[in-house]
Design a protein around this ligand. Structure first.
Ligand code: APR
Ligand code: PHB
Length: 389
């Protein structure tokens, strides 16, 4: 088989890139390790920056998002037993779209089907050859049968555990990582959200987040130990702990119910440089990971996809390589700003095992400053709604 752009990974990054390339008549084939149902079964965050909303519109996949998504103009932040609202729209003129990432991926698959775009599922043993000089040759297996795909370029959209990043030689790659000493225990419940907006809570008992998918589907998280297993937490224990981490006024309104999904996610900050090696370009979680506190995982994948889409379009339509030559530097410039915000917000909102009383006082002072200072609120709002591409 041959194509112009081979895309490793059928998650949101790979699918969004494929759909955008199609709008410019650029052919791609997506190679996905799992089945579509498996990919769609992943529960992920649900806050979209306007940049991603715009890309979904550009890709012709935004109709259901606009119909079923919710625009949020602010968020609530609580610490100890007080709460204040950060008004994004007042400070930036913009809002965020609350719409599950699973739904974004579902819409992208539907769009891929509609154009008859090729996705190979259950792909195994992917090896990317001659990525540095090109033409790229990708060898893989389906049901044990060897397959080969030749392409001009390959987009590594295969997430943190994929093969693309490791295709870049170790002596070329520079990796930066911070592992946080806690995880997030998440619960999905068919209950009405506790509030119309998200609540980020810093409490003496640890972090909590109240989010939602729609007016009858809520998503809640509490900071937990990395030694915990989901099975260590009964629904009752989860609800009890959540209630004591959010303001009493909110806890009184919390509608509890059986969890329909319960999982624990580790938190890490990670960046690999460069994001390009010859004809191989890394996008999304293949290149970087953020703690979920700022909901920046998918949104940072989206900005990578934007830059790569622009670069490949320039190459094929103007026979110009400036975009692909500048891709890594341009993408990383925004990646590191988002890594900083995600690290800062995580440091502000969580209880750290080794936290001293002074450290705790600094957290409270920072929250008091954020609560009372326009410039601090504007800075956070700019990062939360999304820095410019
Ligand atoms: N070959 C083919 N596909 C692979 C391989 C491989 N060797 N390794 C991984 N994959 C697939 C995974 O099965 C997954 O469907 O690549 C896809 C990567 O998708 P994500 O991990 O979702 O990463 P990305 O598309 O960059 O999305 C980033 O979405 O999943 C969230 O936390 C993530 O918010 C972040 C955003
Ligand atoms: C979610 O709805 O899953 C969510 C929302 C905001 C975050 C993280 C996760 O910061």
């Amino acid at each position: 088989m041959k194509t112009q752009v081979a895309i490793i990974g059928g998650g949101p990054s790979g699918l969004l890139l494929a759909q955008l390339l199609h709008t410019k008549g650029i052919d791609s084939i997506v190679l996905e390790r799992k089945t579509r149902d498996y990919v769609l079964g992943r529960i992920r965050a649900g806050v979209l920056e306007q940049g991603l909303v715009g890309l979904m519109e550009q890709a012709g996949c935004a109709e259901r998002m606009h119909r079923e998504g919710f625009l949020h103009s602010g968020t609530l932040i609580s610490y100890d037993d007080q709460m204040f609202r950060l008004d994004f729209t007042e400070h930036t003129g913009r809002a965020v779209m609350v719409y599950g990432q699973t739904e974004v991926t579902r819409d992208l698959y539907a769009a891929r089907d509609k154009i008859g775009g090729q996705v190979e599922f259950n792909v195994a043993d992917v090896v990317i050859n001659s990525a540095e000089q090109g033409p790229v040759e990708i060898c893989y297996k389906i049901e044990g049968k060897p397959q080969k795909l030749e392409a001009d370029f390959v987009a590594g959209c295969d997430g943190f555990h994929g093969v693309s990043r490791k295709t870049i030689p170790e002596d070329v790659r520079r990796e930066y990582e911070k592992v946080y000493p806690f995880g997030w225990l998440g619960v999905l419940s068919e209950t009405p959200p506790v509030n119309d907006e998200l609540i980020y809570a810093n409490s003496p008992h640890g972090f909590a987040l109240c989010s939602m998918r729609n007016d009858q589907l809520s998503r809640y998280y509490i900071q937990c130990s990395m030694q915990d297993q989901p099975s260590d937490w009964s629904d009752e224990a989860f609800w009890t702990e959540l209630k004591r981490r959010i303001p009493a006024s909110e806890a009184a309104n919390l509608v509890t119910g059986p969890s329909i999904e319960k999982s624990i996610a580790p938190l890490r900050s990670f960046v690999t440089e460069p994001m390009r090696w010859g004809r191989l370009f890394l996008c999304g979680d293949a290149a970087h990971i953020v703690p979920p506190t700022g909901a920046k995982g998918l949104n940072t994948a989206a900005s990578d996809v934007h830059y790569l889409f622009q670069a490949l379009t320039q190459f094929y339509t103007e026979d110009c390589s400036d975009g692909i030559d500048g891709y890594s530097e341009k993408a990383l410039r925004r990646v590191w700003k988002t890594e900083r915000f995600s690290w800062w917000f995580s440091s502000l909102m969580h209880r750290y095992p080794d936290q001293s009383e002074f450290d705790r006082k600094m957290q409270i002072a920072e929250l008091d400053f954020l609560r009372s200072n326009e410039a601090a609120q504007k800075a956070m709002a700019e990062c939360y709604v999304g820095l410019p591409y």
